[in-house]
Ligand binder design. Sequence first.
Ligand code: SAH
Length: 252
Amino acid sequence: MAWRSSGTSNAELVANLCRNGMIKDDRVKAAFLKVDRAHYAPSSPYNDSPQSIGHAATISAPHMHATAAEHLLSSLQPPADSSSSGPNRPRRVLDIGSGSGYLTHVLAELLPPPSSTPEDGNGPAAVVGLEHIPALKEMGERNMSRSEEGRALLASGRVRFRVGDGRKGWVEPGEEEAGWDAIHVGASAVEVHDELIQQLRSPGRMFIPVDDEDGGGGQHIWAVDKDAQGVVTRKRLFGVRYVPLTDAPKAK
Ligand code: SAH
């Protein structure tokens, strides 16, 4: 199913992702319809396959973006009703290896409107896209500036792109204690780095591709959950192929 969702327009791609069960939730569907992949993929934007974006990076395939959004949704949205025990606070999201900036934008579209969430003293709702290659950080910003919605997200600070080594996570200046409700990692890690788990809020969820321990070159997506009491559980989900999380290339 994964590779069969290609379309000739953004709407057709999204319809096919829904038909093939890659997008299940209407809120994810709405967010995918709001963000035109053509602003982020240099060629064949509506093909359900990864595309090169230069610097040895790729924009991931639409079905992988859909799967990531579906898995992180519960950490991005307020509790469904007031009797539920989940927190209602401004959501903070870290997208490590943001590359094209596509998923960074989709994740921002999945946050509730600012007026609907009470302040909790830990800063406003935000999605931070983190890249270790400055040219890709700038590419993410440039791509997002192609739409009016994207420009508004950047201007308001609701989306911010930063340069740093994602293996250490990211701490926003002035928001040192805040942590992240959701962490998405867009490149494969050799391990689930402790810094990332420490920076997860309680509750919070991380979606991360990790190299298999057997050294055979395989990778699996892991969902790492921190519950309201701070207890961490890890679940191995399915096999994938991502580019690795690495040291930044040396400046020439
Ligand atoms: N989510 C992106 C995926 C880009 S590919 C998209 O769909 O467009 C993976 C990205 O991880 C690349 O852009 C690469 O530059 C970045 N990356 C690799 N190692 C990194 C590190 N240590 N810290 C931050 N970003 C890293």
